[in-house]
Every structure is written in structure tokens, then in C-alpha cells.
Design a protein around this ligand. Structure first.
Ligand code: PHE
Length: 347
């Protein structure tokens, strides 16, 4: 047995077992389990050797202890080495698994965008909201009174022919203009009034620039001393924000039954700067909307005293604005839902 009670043999055996176990360790978890088996302070094989110390003569116990400690240090070193080798292997495996070939062409992600009509509608709302307008959304089905009569267009008025109306019944129709919203607002609110009324309108009309359903944005301001200059001031800001900084407006006399005077508003051609081009048909100007000073009769119809208050109104075609702004030459493109067309327009 020898003076150390067979310790040398046990040390050799533990070393051999440890090396054998080590040769099979492939993961950090296995290394950890192995360390527990050999080096656990209480139950580890090496600590267990200390039990045999009792059998050894007192003068040999120091050497016994030294031998066990040397084994402990050796085992710790082995596990350190094995541990770092296994970690390195694991890392390499991870690199291999997570390898990214940066030379591959990227997959293009399809990003959605808002429909151009929605984009223009939101831009218009932003512009006029910044001037203090609030939104009123009327209904698409109207009765004759709100769409025509209250807007100074009685049954036999020739101006009814200006808009080919879809009648649902002798009384009800699909609104032909958002101007009907003016009446609802003025019936329910007292001046000062400053509203914007966006929405769909319907007319029996169908060609490259007209669709039976389209959208308008009505503006109405009623207060004391409202004049055409107020209208032009607001519309100047509108055209500059939509068509570009240098854009100017020009008012031309026109006719709408519900405004007096009525104007057609042109803006200077943002394509040629006013010199004359295909877009403005050589005139330097592009027609953008109809507007005017609210007819006294319309104010009276809504119970507002025209001697005390005056108003301005304008109606912007949203599709028309989108077509001009984005160079779209056929209104159908805005209704066909062709993603290849619509995705090109993203402001
Ligand atoms: N409602 C008119 C149209 O549809 C536009 C307009 C609105 C004109 C407000 C004057 C004032 O043609």
C-alpha cells in the first residue's frame, strides 16, 4: 500500500479517468458536469480522496495533502484548457450556423404607401388646419335642398345643368359638391366659422379628367368683413405649399350660384414658371379651383345676417390637385389600384 495508503495509484486512476472523460467532452455543459464530478468541494472525486488521510500516519499527512492539492491544481488546469477549447469549438459552430453572406443581393422589402388621393387630402388638411380650419364631414347622400336649393340653385335654375346629378329619388341624390356642407355648418353654427369639408362627390361624367366619383375639399369662412383678399391670401399659401414656393395665384371672374362675386382661381405654372409650356397650354397659368364670396342669399337661407357677416368659400378638386402635382394625365390611374403606378407616388 505504501506510506500514503495507495494514494499514488488513486491519483493515476483519477487522471486517467479524467482524460478519458475529457476526450468525450464536446459542450460547455459537459465540461461543467465533468468539473462537478472531479472538483466539487464536497462530493468531487478529488475531495473524496481526503477521506483516506485518516489511514495515513500523522507525519505523512502533509505529503498526502500536498499530493491531493497538486492533483486538484492539475485537474483545474485541465478543465480550464478543455473548457476554453470547447468554447472555441462552440463559437466556431455558431459562426458557421449564423454565417451571413454579405455579397448576396438584398431582398427588397415592399413598403406600402398611402394612396395619392389620401396623401393630397392629408396635405390639404394640414395646410388649412395650420390656418385654423376645422373639419366637417358631411354625408354623401343629400337632399335636394342642401345640394342645390339652399345654395341658391332652385329647381328651375339653369346652373343645375352644370352638374349632371345622380338622383336617388325626386328628393334625394348623391351630392354633386361638398358645398352642401356649407349649409349644414351655417345652419348649426354661429359665425365666426372656419371649416374644411373633404369628401366624395358624384357626377355623371366620365373621361380622361373626370370620373363619376371624385373628391373635393370645401373651405368656408364666415365672419365680419371677410373679403376676396382674405380668400386670395389663404389660397396663395395653399398653392405655395402644394405646388412650390414661387407659385402665385390669379383670380378670374366666373359664375357659381352660391357665390357673388365668383372666381376661378389659377396658379402660375409650376412646370415652366409662367413662360408657357404643355402643362399650362402655353398660357403660364393653370386653373386650380372655384371660389368666391358667399352669396348674401345663401347666408340668409341659413339665418345669418348678410349685413353683419360675409363669407368666402372655395372648392378644391382633390384628384385634380393630385394629377397636377404628380403629373398624372388620366384620372383612371387614381382609381385602378395598380400598385406599380401608386407606389411611385410617395411624398
Ligand atoms: N362647388 C363648386 C363646384 O363643385 C366649387 C365651389 C365651391 C365654387 C365653393 C365656389 C365656392 O364646382
Amino acid at each position: 500500500m505504501g506510506k500514503l495508503n495507495g494514494l499514488e495509484d488513486k491519483v493515476a486512476e483519477i487522471k486517467a479517468r479524467l482524460e478519458e472523460a475529457a476526450s468525450e467532452m464536446g459542450t460547455s455543459k459537459e465540461v461543467y458536469e465533468g468539473m462537478k464530478e472531479f472538483l466539487d468541494p464536497k462530493k468531487g472525486r478529488i475531495s473524496q480522496l481526503m477521506k483516506d488521510m485518516r489511514e495515513v500516519a500523522p507525519e505523512d499527512r502533509a505529503e498526502f495533502g500536498k499530493t491531493v492539492n497538486a492533483l486538484k491544481t492539475w485537474a483545474q488546469d485541465r478543465f480550464d484548457t478543455i473548457g476554453s477549447e470547447v468554447k472555441q469549438q462552440e463559437l466556431m459552430m455558431r459562426y458557421r450556423k449564423e454565417f451571413v453572406d454579405v455579397t448576396l443581393p438584398s431582398v427588397s422589402l415592399k413598403k406600402g404607401n398611402l394612396h395619392p388621393i389620401t396623401q393630397v387630402r392629408e396635405q390639404l388638411i394640414d395646410i388649412f388646419a395650420s390656418m385654423g380650419f376645422t373639419i366637417y364631414e358631411g354625408s354623401e347622400i343629400e337632399n335636394d335642398y342642401y345640394n342645390f336649393t339652399a345654395l341658391n340653385t332652385p329647381q328651375d335654375h339653369p346652373a343645375r345643368d352644370m352638374q349632371d346629378t345622380f338622383y336617388l329619388s325626386p328628393e334625394f341624390l348623391l351630392r354633386t359638391q361638398t358645398s352642401s356642407g356649407q349649409i349644414h355648418v351655417m345652419e348649426n353654427e354661429k359665425p365666426p366659422i372656419k371649416i374644411l369639408s373633404p369628401g366624395k362627390v358624384f357626377r355623371s361624367d366620365d373621361d380622361a379628367t373626370h370620373s363619376p366619383m371624385f373628391s373635393q375639399m370645401e373651405g368656408l369662412v364666415v365672419d365680419k368683413h371677410i373679403a376676396l383678399s382674405d380668400l386670395q391670401g389663404m389660397l396663395d399659401i395653399f398653392v405655395q405649399k402644394i405646388y412650390g414656393e414661387g407659385t402665385r395665384t390669379r383670380l378670374r371672374p366666373s359664375y357659381f350660384p352660391f357665390t357673388e362675386p365668383s372666381v376661378e382661381v389659377d396658379c402660375s405654372c409650376f412646370s415652366c414658371g409662367g413662360k408657357g409650356c404643355r402643362l399650362c397650354k402655353g398660357t403660364g397659368w393653370i386653373e386650380v379651383l372655384g371660389a368666391g364670396i358667399v352669396n348674401r342669399k345663401v347666408l340668409e337661407n341659413c339665418g345669418i345676417d348678410p349685413d353683419e357677416y360675409s363669407g368666402l368659400a372655395f372648392g378644391i378638386g382633390i384628384e385634380r390637385t393630385a394629377m397636377l402635382k404628380y403629373g398624372i394625365n388620366n384620372i383612371k390611374l387614381l382609381f385602378e389600384s395598380d400598385i406599380d403606378v401608386l407606389s411611385q407616388i410617395d411624398d
